[in-house]
Design a binder for this molecule. Structure first.
Ligand SMILES: Cc1cc2nc3c(=O)[nH]c(=O)nc-3n(C[C@H](O)[C@H](O)[C@H](O)COP(=O)(O)OP(=O)(O)OC[C@H]3O[C@@H](n4cnc5c(N)ncnc54)[C@H](O)[C@@H]3O)c2cc1C
Length: 383
């Protein structure tokens, strides 16, 4: 009987385990995770900072269907002997799936009083702090930072949102999307400070966020959402990592090591057009997990062709994205929304072909564009 070991009980690892169990009720499936709260979902953590909050739970359900959950840390892997060395002892495997996700950036200026938001435990600490805060500074203009700024104002906290880019998401999503997101934040009462670099955070009540231009921002609460790095340091003595510390796979999410696959945020894989792909989004992580499970159960290696999809909620507005979105090279066509909330559909074209789309409060337009982008992604397989 085959033994499949999965490192990481996040979106990718758990989806893989559950799907594999549905497809094969005989094999042994062991999921290892260092976070004592697993399983839980990360996306709800930044969407609301008051109310009941997310809870962990569901380990019993996994055990019931014959998935062993081991709480411990993977320390090394011997891909020749097929043994995973962990804080709970050695675990031999027939197949290994690496899904360790990422960990938040902690640059030198991030001191203890600066909250991060990556885990359920982070969100518990943040919620306690929010209940006692009147003012907050959110640092970092990515999705987690933007959602945090939105959640904080809706919890009644006066919020200043500082980020390095000249305009919110302009480099990532283009001018029109940036303008609308900026408007949504400003209308809701968030004070935005674009083009800002943080020099340090002085502890105190309030703490003081120091910007490199000399500005000082006092705040009862400081939160940084400044990106994440693949949590793959423990694999650094293997040949599995690319220069950016992602686990590099082929187009089927297989690594060069025998019987080792990878899935989720920590992976870079070869896309349908031969380019190197990365995604740090929940849906893609789950799709990776499902894809690896299907290949494991069928003993096949099929290309992963799904176009990356993501969503975000800010100030009650739904942002959705699909495919290749890069305003540096794409031609962008904008259609205004027609619903009660301000909205738009941005479509990204390369050589006249629709390769990606972003919508804010424009679900119908997005659905149509998504169908076209997905169709193209599935049909442009070059290998
Ligand atoms: C606050 C927040 C909000 C988000 N909101 C959205 C959203 O709205 N939309 C969206 O598309 N995406 C969102 N994301 C991103 C999404 O959650 C991730 O893309 C997804 O969780 C990635 O899944 P994963 O399985 O690759 O990694 P993770 O979910 O991070 O899971 C990896 C697991 O591996 C474990 N692990 C790591 N190293 C080891 C080791 N050495 N030994 C044992 N265990 C280990 C970790 O403890 C972790 O539980 C959000 C992320 C955060 C943090």
């Amino acid at each position: 009987m085959s033994r499949t070991v999965i490192v990481g009980a996040g979106a990718a690892g758990l989806t893989c385990a559950k799907h594999l169990r549905q497809l094969d009720d005989a094999r042994t499936i062991i999921v290892l995770d260092k976070d004592p709260d697993v399983p839980y979902e990360r996306p709800p953590l930044s969407k609301a900072l008051s109310g009941a909050g997310s809870v962990s739970g569901g380990r019993d359900e996994l055990v019931k269907v014959g998935i062993d959950v081991v709480l411990g840390t993977a320390l090394r892997v011997n891909t020749v002997a097929q043994v995973l060395n962990t804080s709970r002892g050695d675990i031999a495997y027939d197949e290994l799936v690496l899904a360790p996700g990422s960990r938040p950036h902690r640059p030198a200026w991030v001191s203890d009083e600066v909250h991060a938001l990556h885990s359920l435990d982070d969100s518990r600490r943040l919620r306690d702090a929010v209940s006692a805060a009147r003012t907050a500074v959110v640092i970092g203009g990515g999705f987690v930072g933007a959602e945090l700024a939105a959640s904080l104002v809706s919890a009644g906290v006066q919020t200043t949102f500082v980020f390095r880019e000249d305009a919110l998401f302009r480099n990532r999503l283009g001018e029109a999307v940036s303008d609308l997101l900026t408007r949504l934040h400003a209308d809701a009462g968030v004070r935005l400070i674009p083009g800002a670099a943080v020099a340090g955070v002085e502890p105190g009540q309030p703490a003081r966020v120091l910007l490199t231009d000399g500005t000082t921002l006092p705040a009862d609460l400081v939160v940084a959402g400044i990106g994440a790095h693949p949590d793959t340091e423990w694999l650094s003595d293997t040949s599995l990592l690319a220069n950016d510390d992602t686990i590099r796979t082929d187009e089927s999410l297989s690594t060069p090591a025998p019987d080792v696959w990878a899935a989720g945020d920590s992976v870079s894989w070869i896309g349908s057009d031969g380019s190197v792909m990365r995604s740090a989004h929940w849906t893609t992580a789950r799709s990776h997990g499902r894809h690896v499970a299907i290949d494991l159960a069928a003993a096949t290696r099929t290309p992963f062709l799904e176009a990356p999809y993501f969503w975000s909620m800010q100030h009650g507005s739904l942002l959705q994205g699909i495919g290749h979105i890069d305003p540096r090279w794409a031609e962008i066509d904008i259609v205004a929304g027609t619903g009660p909330k301000p909205g738009l559909l941005a479509r990204y074209f390369l050589d006249g072909e629709l390769v990606g789309a972003v919508a804010i409060n424009h679900p119908q337009g997005f659905m149509a564009a998504r169908g076209d982008v997905e169709h193209r992604a599935a049909s442009t397989h070059t290998r």
